[in-house]
Design a protein around this ligand. Structure first.
Ligand SMILES: C[S@@+](CC[C@H](N)C(=O)[O-])C[C@H]1O[C@@H](n2cnc3c(N)ncnc32)[C@H](O)[C@@H]1O
Length: 306
């Protein structure tokens, strides 16, 4: 990523979600002085990022460090990593390691920095589907710890940017001869079920949903919650990306109502109104019933605050 990279405003929505989850983790771990939590930012990007209109805001590395949690960072770009390493001066106690690597090739070394018996959150924020393979995601899923007495399984939580826009573009090549574009999707999904899912949809909306559900299915054996939101450009009615969170945290109902309230607040921010972005309500696809109840509660709590 070059220093002059200029981000589109919709990425600020993604960073809002990121901040929200990191805050939840940080609040939970104040009591252990943040010792029992590791945040892994696999595609970390610059500490500060520039938006259209010459606005700068904190990127994901600084967002996490300001929340006091311990972090492992990784990025393939040398110049990005140089800037992230500079953060060591200000946050020496929090930065466990900064890797300059292809996340797919170096995932084993990165995992070694994470105590599997403690809580961890992996943030996977690639620019597009070509940058990550499902094999890498599977390695993270499998990085589990089984408590001897209770037999309970601890797995990393994951927050993933599902790059719908680039995936859908690749889908346009199913019937053409550009196999390499299709292979990007197959590598991202870990199989070629996405092809049938896409072709089964009768409308663009159905195709989008089918693609996303196909992705979620691969996580289902390992996580009890998968809640997600869709970010759209309302101007062109283009779905941009999903943000999806996978967790086995049983008290998820402590998180969701608050998220609903926050989304309503974010929607009122200037850049969302000016550039006309839409954010859907969070839905837990594995526990739809439960999440609908929680959403209802969030709506009520939110309206009683206003
Ligand atoms: C979308 S940006 C990350 C933005 C950052 N998470 C934020 O929200 O502030 C994606 C980053 O991934 C890096 N990247 C691309 N391919 C990669 C790979 N295979 N492994 C690790 N990093 C990669 C790019 O250099 C870029 O900095």
């Amino acid at each position: 990523m070059s220093e002059s990279r200029i981000w589109k405003h919709h990425s600020r929505i993604k960073l809002r979600f990121y901040k929200h989850y990191v805050q939840i983790c940080a609040s939970h771990h104040i009591k252990d002085n943040y010792k029992r939590f590791t945040l892994v930012d696999l595609f970390c990007g610059e500490p500060r990022i520039q938006f259209e209109g010459n606005n700068y805001i904190d990127g994901s590395p600084l967002i996490a460090l300001k929340k006091k949690v311990k972090c492992v960072f990784n990025d393939i770009s040398e110049s990005v990593v140089e800037n992230v390493k500079n953060l060591n001066k200000k946050y020496p106690q929090q930065i466990i390691e900064v890797f300059n690597s292809d996340a797919n090739e170096n995932i084993e070394a990165i995992l070694e920095k994470v105590p599997s018996y403690y809580h961890s959150l992996f943030y996977l924020d690639p620019d597009n589907a070509s940058q990550i393979s499902f094999e890498t995601i599977q390695r993270i899923i499998d990085y589990k710890y089984i408590y001897k007495q209770t037999k309970e399984i601890m797995r990393p939580e994951m927050l993933i940017n599902f790059p719908l826009y680039s995936i859908t573009k690749n889908c346009g090549y199913i019937d053409k001869h550009n196999q390499s574009r299709c292979e990007i999707n197959t590598r991202f999904f870990g199989n070629d079920n996405w092809k049938k899912a896409y072709q089964k949809g009768k409308t663009p909306d159905e195709r989008r949903k089918n693609l996303f559900i196909t992705f979620l299915e691969s996580f289902k054996p390992y996580y009890i919650h998968s809640y997600s939101v869709l970010v759209k450009s309302l101007n062109s009615n283009t779905p941009l990306y999903y943000i999806v969170f996978f967790s086995n945290f049983r008290r998820i109902d402590e998180i969701l109502p608050n998220l609903v309230g926050n989304i309503e607040r974010w929607k009122k921010e200037d850049y969302i109104r000016k550039y006309k972005y839409g954010i859907s309500r969070p839905i837990d696809c594995y526990n739809r019933e439960e999440s609908l109840n929680i959403l209802e509660r969030g709506k009520n709590e939110n309206s009683s605050k206003n």
